[in-house]
Design a protein around this ligand. Sequence first.
Ligand code: GLN
Length: 241
Amino acid sequence: MAERVEIVLVYQSLLGIYGDRGNATVLAKRLAWHGYDPVLTVVEPGDPLPDTGSVYLLGGGEDSAQISAVRALQADGGLHRAVDRGAVVFAVCAGYQIVGRSFTVGDNEEAIEGLGLLDVTTTRGPVRAVGEILTRWEGHDGDEQWITGFENHGGYTRLGPSARPLARVEIGVGNCNDGTEGAVAGTVIGTYPHGPVLARNPALADHVLGLALDTTLPPLPRPELDELRRQRLVAVRRSAR
Ligand code: GLN
């Protein structure tokens, strides 16, 4: 019987406006292609996060929703328990800021405490980062891969000593215009691109799954996805600001 693997999509009502739900669809589909039995659990504030997930997904959201989400997640405690038992947290944009140490929103200089799962701090940047983004990621086994996506954030993120960048920026702002994008510590990954990013970048999707399953998944040749990647790469280069 195929191994059951649970993907937990966290707070769609608060962190769902940038279409990052697609990351859950991609992970579930790829799990099935790899021969697993995927289960998708969608959790809303007020409901406890399950302690059975292999991957927990957080998406982008508006400033006020982001504050509600971090408070609910702090009260729940489930993401810390998940990380303690080796589950993966994959967090995009507002989600990325939430799993960090602290963030500010709007013109408010007061830092709001994050979950502290990543050693990153977010404050307002000089200009909102909006547009296509292209980065280079080291890949699962050290071979370099392009990552494309769309960034849209006013917060700029700085990494502390115990987080390392996910990728290097070729086009776009990324963390804070310092040439880095995203952050990684153990099984926690934060990143800015929407897209959804795991749809545009299947190697990153399989890396997330491999981390959760403690295995290296074999490549799944999909010419249509290679073509999508080629087209996105051309589009990002064309739109270079
Ligand atoms: N509210 C956050 C910011 O502007 C996150 C935005 C987002 O999730 N796209 O920085």
